[in-house]
Design a protein around this ligand. Structure first.
Ligand SMILES: [Zn+2]
Length: 169
């Protein structure tokens, strides 16, 4: 008899059913997931957790920016230089953590629109939530304060990332 013909017995699932209803998804989760899914795997769970932590406090966050590929960054850089339009960035490909999928930006979701609250205290609190998850917050940057921005690259600098060294998930 060919062992591959053996029928597998039905296994009894003796894990007790979880009676707790699943936690509702944070308000901005659905809209954010398309961008989160394109981030580097080491930062994806942190992005989701930030939305959840905020939602637990009644703060609806939505991810507005995530991965910006080298090609997308180059296209942005070309605008106003070799392509029509006004200059919108001085950053070449590889000079932003967004280019490695290791940064994302958030805003507050209000209804079906997002906006950037003017309250610095609101941002400081969101920043603290992100930092509690091991993220670096752009509100702490000295040269260019960027409050909607979070990034994750423990022990790594951009030149590491350009050399292919990325965080272990
Ligand atoms: Zn950013």
């Amino acid at each position: 008899m060919d062992p591959s013909d053996e029928q597998q017995s039905d296994e009894i699932d003796d894990v007790p059913p979880d009676d707790a209803p699943p936690a509702p998804a944070p308000p901005g989760a659905h809209r954010s997931e398309r961008l989160i899914a394109r981030l580097h795997e080491s930062i994806q769970a942190r992005a989701r957790d930030l939305l959840q932590l905020a939602a637990n406090e009644g703060i609806a966050l939505v991810v507005t920016q995530g991965l910006r590929t080298f090609a997308e960054q180059q296209a942005l850089y070309d605008q106003g230089r070799t392509k029509p339009g006004v200059i919108v960035t001085n950053a070449l490909p590889g000079s932003s953590w967004h280019n490695f999928g290791l940064a994302f930006d958030v805003a507050e979701l209000v209804g079906d629109k997002y906006h950037y609250p003017s309250s610095l205290a609101w941002w400081a609190h969101v920043g603290e939530l992100g930092k509690s998850l091991g993220l670096e917050w752009g509100g702490d940057f000295h040269t260019f304060v960027d409050r909607p921005h979070f990034e994750y690259h423990p022990g790594l600098a951009l030149h590491d990332a350009r050399a292919g060294r990325l965080p272990v998930a």
